[in-house]
Design a binder for this molecule. Structure first.
Ligand code: 8YV
Length: 316
C-alpha cells in the first residue's frame, strides 16, 4: 500500500516537516504556483486524506470541495478563523489546532509590546542610535507601568497568562468576555466600552472570526482615551484598524503595540511613520521551541487520526 497522501497548504517547523515527509506523501501546494496548484489538485485531489495548514495559510471551502476523500485538517496554529471549520465538521472532516504550547510565548509578546510601547523603547533606541543623546541631552520622560490598570479582552488561556505576568509588574487586571469566570478574582466587565473607560491599557486576546469581528470599535478606543494604550496579539480583525490608526495619528489614544493586522503582511502606511506604535510581524509564537511544539502537535494529531486513536487537540 502506498503512503497516505497529504496536502501541505502551509508548512510547519522544518524538523517536523521532515518527519511528515518520511511518513506521508506530501503534496507541496504551498510551494506551487497557480498552475501547479491546479495540477496537484487535478492529479491528487481524489486521493488526499489530510491537509496541513496554519492560521496564515488557512483552508477554504472551495479547496475543501475539491478534496472528496479528506478526513482531517491539521492546523499548526491555535487560531482557526481562516479555516472553514463549520463546513469541515458538517462533512465529517476533523480539524485540529495547537492550543497551550504557544500560550507563554504569546503572553510574553503581549507584555513585551506593553512595556515597549508605554516605556517608549523604540524612540529611546533611536535617541541613542541617532546621536540625539549627545546632541540634545536626555530623552523626554515616559510613563510608569506599575499601578496601571490593564483590561484584557478575552480571558482564555492566553489572556490568563498575560494577566499573571502583568500582575507581577504591579498592574491591576480587569477583563471583558462573554461571561464572568468562577476561577478568577479579577473584576469583570460585561460592557467593553465601560471597561475601556476604566483602564489604561487595553489588551486584545480573543480569538478571531465572525463573533469578534470589529468588536473593538472607534467608540471603545475613544473610551480608552488620550492617555490609553492598545495592545493586540489576537487578530487584526478584532479592531476597527482605520479608526485605530486615525486615533493614533490624532492623539486620541496614546500608543499601540501591535503584532497583528487586518491584511497581513500589508500594514497601514501611517503606522510606519508614527513614533507611538511598536509593530511586530505576527510573530508572538515565533520561537524555535514553540513552533517546533506546534508542529509536533500536527504530527501527533495526524498519527492519532490514522491510527484510529483519539485526536489530541480537536476543534469543535
Ligand atoms: C502564528 C497564530 O502566527 O497560533 C495562532 O493562531 O496566530 C500564530 O501562532 C501562526 O499562525 C503559526 O503558524
Amino acid at each position: 500500500m502506498g503512503k497516505i497522501e497529504v496536502l501541505v497548504v502551509a508548512p510547519g517547523y522544518p524538523t517536523q516537516m521532515a518527519v511528515l515527509a518520511e511518513r506521508y506523501q506530501l503534496h507541496r501546494y504551498d510551494l506551487a504556483d497557480q498552475a501547479d496548484k491546479q495540477q496537484i489538485i487535478k492529479s491528487h485531489g481524489e486521493a488526499i486524506r489530510a491537509v496541513i495548514t496554519t492560521g496564515g495559510g488557512g483552508f477554504s471551502e472551495s479547496l475543501l470541495d475539491q478534496l472528496p476523500k479528506l478526513e482531517i485538517v491539521a492546523c499548526g496554529s491555535v487560531g482557526f478563523d481562516s479555516i472553514c471549520v463549520e463546513e469541515c465538521i458538517k462533512r465529517g472532516v476533523a480539524v485540529t489546532n495547537t492550543p497551550d504550547v504557544l500560550t507563554n510565548d504569546v503572553a510574553d509578546m503581549a507584555l513585551m509590546l506593553t512595556l515597549a510601547t508605554v516605556r517608549r523603547l523604540v524612540p529611546g533606541m533611536d535617541w541613542v542610535r541617532q546621536g540625539k543623546w549627545q546632541q540634545d541631552g536626555p530623552i523626554q520622560l515616559n510613563t510608569r507601568i506599575e499601578g496601571k490598570r490593564m483590561g484584557i479582552i478575552g480571558l482564555g488561556r492566553i489572556g490568563k497568562a498575560i494577566a499573571k505576568r502583568a500582575e507581577s509588574f504591579g498592574m491591576e487586571i480587569s477583563y471583558f468576555g462573554r461571561r464572568p469566570q468562577a476561577d478568577v478574582s479579577y473584576p469583570y466587565f460585561s460592557n467593553l466600552k465601560e471597561m475601556a473607560n476604566n483602564v489604561d491599557i487595553l489588551v486584545a486576546a480573543v480569538p478571531g472570526g465572525s463573533e469578534t469581528q470589529g468588536m473593538i470599535t472607534r467608540e471603545v478606543l475613544e473610551a480608552l482615551g488620550e492617555q490609553g494604550y492598545f495592545i493586540n496579539i489576537a487578530r487584526g480583525s478584532v479592531v476597527d484598524e482605520q479608526a485605530l490608526v486615525a486615533l493614533l495619528e490624532a492623539g486620541g489614544i496614546k500608543g499601540a503595540g501591535l503584532d497583528v493586522f487586518v491584511d497581513e503582511p500589508n500594514v497601514p502606511e501611517a503606522l510606519s511613520t508614527l513614533d507611538n506604535v511598536v509593530l511586530q510581524p505576527h510573530c508572538a509564537s515565533g520561537t524555535h521551541e514553540t513552533r517546533a511544539a506546534m508542529a509536533q502537535l500536527v504530527v501527533d494529531n495526524l498519527a492519532a487520526h490514522f491510527n484510529q486513536k483519539p485526536l489530541l487537540t480537536p476543534v469543535g
